[in-house]
Structures are given as C-alpha cells and as structure tokens.
Ligand binder design. Sequence first.
Ligand SMILES: Nc1ncnc2c1ncn2[C@@H]1O[C@H](COP(=O)(O)OP(=O)(O)OP(=O)(O)O)[C@@H](O)[C@H]1O
Ligand SMILES: [Mg+2]
Length: 175
Amino acid sequence: MAEICAHIMDVAANSITAEAKKVDIFITQDKNQVMLTVKVIDDGKGMTREMSEKVQDPFFSTKTGRKVGLGIPLLKGTAEHCGGDFYLKSKIGEGTEIFASFALNHPDLPPLGNLRDTILVMIISNPGVNFSFSYTINGKEFTLDTEEIKAQLGDVPINHPEVIKFLGQYLDENL
Ligand SMILES: Nc1ncnc2c1ncn2[C@@H]1O[C@H](COP(=O)(O)OP(=O)(O)OP(=O)(O)O)[C@@H](O)[C@H]1O
Ligand SMILES: [Mg+2]
C-alpha cells in the first residue's frame, strides 16, 4: 500500500466490520526518531486463536480455497520488510489489538499520508462508532476523542456539516 494511512484505514475498517463500538488508534514517532508505531485497539467481536493466525498468512486463502483478504498480511509484510514488528492479539467477544512498527530510516517506508483526512473520513462515515486518536511526534501528543466531542454536541450529530467544518479546522490547527 502506498501510505501508512491506507493501512490504518484498512485496519479500522476491519474493526467496524467486526461491529466495534470503540476504536482506539495510536500513532507514535519516538523521540529519537527511530521507529514509527501504529496500534489499533477495538472492542469488536474478536477472533479465535486459530483465526488470528490464519488471517496473518497471505497464502491462507489459496491453501483452503476460502476468501480471506490481504489487509492484514500486507500491513504485516510492510512492517517486517521495513525493519519493524507486527502482532495481532484478539479474543472472542472482547476485541482485537493490532500493532505494527516501522524503522523510520528504511528506504522503503511508505509515507504516512494524509492523517487529517483519514481521521475525518473515519469519523464522518461511522457516526455510531467512538474513535480516539492519539498521534505523538517529537514528544508532543495530539488527541481527539469523539466520545468527548459527542457529549458536548448533545443532539447535534457528529457528521453535521458545521461539526465537520469544526473538526477539520481543529485537525488543521493541532495535528
Ligand atoms: N479487528 C478485527 N476483528 C475481528 N476480525 C477481524 C479483525 N480484523 C480482521 N479480522 C478478520 O480477518 C479477516 C482478514 O482481514 P483482512 O483485512 O486481512 O482482509 P479483509 O478485510 O477480509 O479483506 P481486505 O483485503 O478488503 O482488507 C477479516 O475478513 C476478518 O474476518
Ligand atoms: Mg480488511
């Protein structure tokens, strides 16, 4: 995939498909500028241990004839190719945690991409899901929690045009 944000979008889409009501996304560039890490935690339906292992295997679908996508194997492959690590922890009925890291100096590291639009699209297209975003770079953390925002909005939906405008401005000023 051309950008890290596309991977994040894909992992979050998996969480939504798994009926998550809360998705926490952490993106961190460590202080000494060595690694970029991405962690996504959801409270969706989770996977068995067997399933968790199978979905990481890019050849799983050909072996069994079952259709399983490539989102997870692609992310795992990119992380491992770029000097990083990958893990997936999941529990049925509890949720899933996905972690990927990348060496910032690796020549094949994809660009981060447009984090602002990625966050905005996720929020707007899934108004019923609560997202929390944490982006840390150079020791400075940006956070956005839609549960907090919704509490302040009262009856106004989070994808109301005026709210979208506000969120866009907030991201532009703080990200
Ligand atoms: N967060 C999650 N919670 C529960 N199941 C998940 C989660 N993420 C992935 N899965 C399971 O793993 C499978 C593989 O995910 P993956 O992203 O690799 O492919 P996909 O979503 O099926 O297709 P695509 O190639 O479009 O991403 C999913 O179909 C789903 O069954
Ligand atoms: Mg997917």
